[in-house]
Design a protein around this ligand. Structure first.
Ligand SMILES: [Zn+2]
Length: 171
């Protein structure tokens, strides 16, 4: 009997809103002081979106767009953490729980080092995990590509889910 563990990957990218008075920039559930935010139907939290996709991917449940379509007024400007918690609830119904998450933010600006711990705490709370099981890291692309030109921010997420029933059922 093999332990039932599932891996999932998520990727997301959003363009900067460089208008005069954009809404706040939110990454990993944390408001980051910066002159721009990210354009999106929701609050634009690219980190949480990548994480939702990784969770849904691991569970074989499609992607965030399928569950929370951006054509729906219900999700206009929504706090992405609400979506994340809904995804975690959806997986719980399937008998799946997150075991750990590793998140990578790709951004030339703003500087994210001072906010990493707050993001980790936020995301871990939504995943019902100890913060030690959630890793958040940020990198630049040394000014190469769309993130390097400060056109937007991208995020990658990898998660592991464990089955609360323990083992893979016989086919
Ligand atoms: Zn997104």
């Amino acid at each position: 009997m093999l332990p039932d563990i599932r891996i999932g990957h998520g990727f997301d990218a959003h363009r900067f809103d460089t208008s005069a008075s954009p809404p706040p920039l939110v990454l990993g559930g944390v408001v980051i002081p910066f002159e721009w935010s990210l354009k999106a139907h929701s609050d634009g939290d690219v980190v949480v979106h990548a994480l939702c996709d990784a969770l849904l991917g691991a569970a074989g449940k499609g992607d965030i767009g399928r569950h929370f379509p951006d054509s729906s007024a219900d999700y206009a400007g929504i706090d992405s953490r609400i979506l994340l918690r809904r995804v975690v609830d959806l997986l719980a119904v399937e008998g799946l729980a997150p075991s750990n998450a590793d998140l990578t933010i790709v951004a030339q600006a703003p500087r994210l080092a001072p906010h990493i711990d707050a993001m980790r705490t936020c995301v871990a709370a939504d995943l019902n995990l100890d913060p030690a099981r959630v890793n958040v890291k940020a990198t630049t692309t040394e000014k190469m590509g769309f993130t390097g030109r400060k056109e937007g921010i991208a995020a990658h997420a990898v998660v592991l889910l464990v089955s609360t029933s323990g083992t893979i059922p016989e086919a």
